[in-house]
Design a protein around this ligand. Structure first.
Ligand SMILES: NC(=O)c1ccc[n+]([C@@H]2O[C@H](COP(=O)([O-])OP(=O)(O)OC[C@H]3O[C@@H](n4cnc5c(N)ncnc54)[C@H](OP(=O)(O)O)[C@@H]3O)[C@@H](O)[C@H]2O)c1
Length: 338
């Protein structure tokens, strides 16, 4: 089978054109069980060949490990890739296994220097605030992020899991290129307020976990029994036990649509997220995560699938029926504060 290069979309009002699908790199070092470095490197190279240019990491993915792992790939292709990383999940001095949220200026400055060093680049293309610390005014955090732009350490700014009000306040300080939040057939809470605000403000949407962390592909049915003990998905209510069993049944209409297109479940899930761009009128650049070159091919091929109005209608009721939250503690999501 031959695969063609994916189309592009604009990242932020005055930003670069990037492949309309990015690549989530988190699982290459963190959260989703055993990894194979050679296979991950092959996935990165295959993605670039197919027109994927936005690569997503964070300092928190394996306590810096993911940025370090990606560094040689980024250096080899510096002019072709758009590097997105994040700060805010800090290691408290008394317990290296825990994470606390920090948005204060000294922490932002310390974090950007550490990320630049690990990535071994002069500038980060897109720098996100990963989570919101409600004790720090967002204007102050974005203020220091804007200083990083003026100093040439960062090109564009992004925010993850912010509310519409937080996005508006941030945009008053400095243009925000992208909001990265969870958006999939199972997670549509941002459509109420965040997406309309992003459209109005000229902000692009970067949906994370567009495959429902793999659940929407049918690759696991119950995190508690199918995944390794340290897998992060075992902490997420909707992928475990009775919730998971009820949610697996919700994939039936996805299967029906997939059969009609000769596509996989995951491809339909990705095509649906991609089509949010036309439905909501803003650039949408999902970042499915995979460590396998064959899955990069499968996922990027989904950019060519267009779902009919009837198919969209069939998929429409799914999210309202999902059992269990997307995180154990929803306070750290936009939905938990909106
Ligand atoms: N801002 C935030 O708070 C936040 C939170 C979570 C994630 N993220 C970012 O978003 C990216 C994507 O989200 P995600 O990785 O959580 O979830 P996702 O993209 O919804 O799903 C990733 C999972 O699906 C599997 N998968 C991928 N393609 C597949 C295919 N074609 N068939 C079967 N299984 C497939 C992957 O396994 P393999 O790797 O084994 O293929 C992995 O287990 C992350 O990598 C990270 O960069 C950001």
């Amino acid at each position: 089978m031959t695969y063609s290069t994916i189309p592009t979309a604009r990242l932020g009002e005055n930003g670069p054109e990037v492949g309309v699908q990015g690549l989530g790199c988190m699982g290459m070092s963190f959260a989703y069980g055993p990894t194979d470095a050679d296979e991950s490197r092959a996935a990165l190279e295959r993605a670039l060949e197919l027109g994927v240019t936005l690569y997503d990491t964070a300092d928190a993915y394996g306590a810096g490990e993911n940025e370090t792992f990606l560094s040689p790939f980024f250096k080899a292709h510096r002019d072709e890739v758009v590097i997105a990383t994040k700060f805010a999940l800090a290691v408290p001095p008394d317990d290296p296994t825990r994470r606390i949220i920090r948005n204060d200026a000294p922490y932002v400055r310390e974090s950007v220097e550490a990320s630049l060093k690990r990535l071994d680049v002069d500038v980060i293309d897109l720098y996100y605030m990963h989570r919101r610390d409600v004790n720090v005014p967002i204007e102050d955090t974005v203020g220091v992020m804007a200083e990083l732009v003026r100093e040439g350490k960062v090109r564009q700014l992004g925010l993850s899991e912010v509310t519409a009000a937080e996005l508006r306040a941030a945009q008053g300080v400095h243009p925000i290129a992208a909001v990265q939040s969870e958006w999939s057939l199972f997670s549509r809470d941002i459509e109420a307020q965040v997406v309309p605000a992003a459209r109005e403000l000229g902000v692009s949407l970067v949906p994370y976990s567009p495959l429902g962390r793999g659940f929407l592909t049918g690759s696991f049915a119950d995190a508690a029994t199918d995944l390794t003990a340290d897998d992060f998905r075992r902490q997420q209510p909707r992928y475990n036990g009775e919730n998971a069993a009820a949610n697996a049944a919700l994939l039936e209409p996805v299967r029906t649509v997939a059969e009609a297109h000769g596509a996989s479940l995951g491809q339909i899930a990705l095509a649906w997220v991609q089509q949010r761009s036309a439905v909501h009128g803003l650039p949408v650049i999902p970042i499915p995560g995979t460590r396998k070159p064959g899955r990069v091919e499968e996922n990027t091929a989904a950019t060519a699938i267009v779902l009919s109005d009837e198919e969209l209608a069939l998929l429409e009721p799914i999210s309202a029926k999902v059992a269990g939250d997307r995180y154990a503690d929803m306070r750290f999501t936009s939905a938990g504060r909106e």
